[in-house]
Design a protein around this ligand. Structure first.
Ligand SMILES: NC(=O)c1ccc[n+]([C@@H]2O[C@H](COP(=O)([O-])OP(=O)(O)OC[C@H]3O[C@@H](n4cnc5c(N)ncnc54)[C@H](OP(=O)(O)O)[C@@H]3O)[C@@H](O)[C@H]2O)c1
Length: 357
């Protein structure tokens, strides 16, 4: 990546919002998703006028009260991206397929071609001082020991991991080709109100008594509360030091999956998992169920996937010193408060719609 753009860039940083009444100054893709909706709110609270890109037919309620402008389109529709990026100074790419299973073509279109199109649209706009692309620590390929950013990404052949590795590469190449300054963040496991993976899904499994542990849940989960993620993304996008760099993001404490799941279960008033699988058995089950679904051409998600086993089996305490040093990354919300807010959401009308009592 390069730190210099071919286009004249405004000096405006996202922590210095324009005066009220101005046209949208930031674009958020994926605003209807978990990370995106919280980011739109965080930017609006800081005085930004936020434009979002929303797919036709997608739920717009998550940003109905916070976004100033909606462009209908998608990551694949380059014309819509150009309309969305016109005139903004910062682009946050939160859109993507975040899943442990699914057709490769969907991962490729959203997670590889999509970010490349975002950088190209930013270049076309000529006003964009930074594109912040949301990647993931899954790019490391689930190493046995957690690492920092000095370890290069590793494609281990699982679709999410592969698409995010290729997505980072696509962003870097597009940045080099166009001169648009890009910053990449790699959150670990983000939780909070409306988290699809770690609140709605795990909450639903707890309700149905179907949640199990792997390795007794004793592995550090690498959690990041969503408001801490938002703070970090805005700070990273506004720092000159972050141009052309990638940053791991997680909360500093080493909360284990068991601690997380027990806190969720206690707050929801459900039981806790009774069954724990050792890693070899969980891996065998994942390999068999993935193989069976493939052979039978079943498109729904298998009972267990290798991706899920890796997440629950590997210590996810990835190093965050670089983010602390370069843009003062600090998790303002601790685990107790993050869980309190998460449980309050689960108890709200919206929470009940997602995880029935
Ligand atoms: N959640 C985590 O723990 C976590 C951790 C690390 C990294 N990340 C990364 O953070 C990003 C956001 O994750 P999330 O948890 O917020 O996911 P999410 O809740 O599934 O939201 C994804 C968003 O992307 C949009 N989207 C998907 N494909 C698109 C396309 N082709 N064109 C336009 N929009 C598209 C979706 O639109 P619709 O509303 O129309 O469906 C949705 O708004 C992803 O890149 C993910 O890899 C997430």
């Amino acid at each position: 990546m390069t730190s210099h753009s071919n286009e004249p860039m405004p000096a405006t940083a996202p922590d210095a919002p324009p005066p009220a009444g101005h046209a949208p100054d930031v674009l958020v893709t994926g605003a209807g998703g978990f990370l995106g909706r919280h980011l739109v709110r965080g930017l609006a609270e800081r005085g930004h006028r936020v434009r979002v890109l929303a797919r036709p037919g997608s739920d717009r309620s998550p940003f109905a009260d916070t976004a100033d402008d909606v462009v209908t389109g998608s990551l694949e529709d380059r014309e819509s991206l150009r309309r969305a990026a016109a005139g903004v100074t910062h682009v946050y790419n939160c859109a993507g397929v975040s899943a442990d299973w699914g057709p490769w073509e969907e991962f490729r279109r959203a997670n590889v071609d999509g970010p490349r199109n975002v950088v190209e649209a930013a270049h076309h706009a000529g006003s964009v001082a930074r594109v912040l692309h949301v990647s993931t620590t899954d790019v490391y390929g689930y190493p046995k020991e957690p690492c920092d950013e000095s370890r290069p990404p590793r494609d281990i052949g699982l679709p999410y991991n592969r698409s995010k590795v290729l997505g980072e590469r696509a962003v870097q190449q597009a940045s080099e080709a166009t001169g648009v300054p890009v910053t990449i963040v790699r959150p670990v496991s983000v939780y909070g109100p409306a988290s699809k993976d770690f609140v709605i899904e795990i909450g639903g499994l707890l309700r149905q008594n179907q949640m199990i542990y792997i390795r007794k849940g004793e592995v550090p989960a690498g959690l990041l509360y969503v408001d801490n993620a938002v703070d970090a993304m805005i700070a990273a996008a506004g720092s000159e030091r972050t141009v052309g760099r990638a940053y791991n993001l997680r909360d500093p404490d080493r909360t284990t999956w068991r601690e997380y799941i027990e806190a969720l279960a206690e707050g929801m008033g459900t039981g806790t998992p009774k069954l724990s699988l050792p890693t070899p058995l969980a891996t065998a089950l994942a390999v068999c169920s993935e193989g069976l679904y493939k052979a039978l051409r079943v498109t729904s998600r298998p009972v267990l996937t290798r991706h899920a086993v890796h997440l629950f089996d590997r210590d996810q305490s990835y190093g965050i010193h670089r983010a602390q040093e370069d843009f003062g990354f600090k998790s303002e919300v601790d685990f107790a408060e993050g869980m309190r807010r998460t449980l309050a959401w689960l108890d709200s009308d919206e929470g009940h719609r997602h995880v029935a009592r």
